[in-house]
Design a protein around this ligand. Structure first.
Ligand code: COA
Length: 113
């Protein structure tokens, strides 16, 4: 993306890579593109820490708001994002394939420091 930048964060345990987050920024707006934790490593706070680190990284780059899309059926991710302060602001019909499904668009404000 012109003028923008993206980054990835990786979470490691003694067993190896346990999760990752990919995000980008353009014109003061951040986007969480992907966040995943290995099934055997879930519910241990790894996604939470990746998300907080990702938001902190975006905040250092003058990002004021962050958006992301999540499958309407993905209640685990929605619970995580809600707890992290994201709120629904829209819906994209049939955004996902295999299976075809709506996306919820979530947004959170970011404040530096
Ligand atoms: C969603 C996902 C990233 C969560 O990873 P995780 O490391 O297990 O999440 P954490 O342990 O950091 O959870 C933090 C909080 O989020 C919420 N949460 C996470 N998973 C949840 C679940 N299955 N059900 C309900 N709440 C959940 C809880 O509030 C949790 O806190 P708690 O464990 O103290 O109750 C993981 O389930 C995953 O990789 N899923 C598949 C990929 C995916 O859906 N990515 C998001 C796409 S937008």
């Amino acid at each position: 993306m012109e003028g923008g930048w993206s980054f990835g964060l990786v979470a490691e345990t003694d067993e190896g890579v346990a999760g990752y987050l990919i995000a980008r920024e353009a014109a003061g707006t951040g986007e969480i593109l992907n966040l995943a934790v290995a099934p055997e490593a879930r519910r241990g706070g790894i996604a939470w820490r990746l998300l907080q680190a990702g938001l902190a990284t975006l905040a250092t780059r003058r990002v004021e708001e962050v958006f992301l899309e999540v499958r309407a059926s993905n209640l685990a991710a929605q619970a995580l994002y809600r707890r992290a302060g994201f709120r629904p602001v829209g819906q994209r019909a049939a955004y996902y394939r295999s299976p075809r499904e709506d996306a919820l668009v979530l947004r959170r404000e970011v404040t530096a420091g």
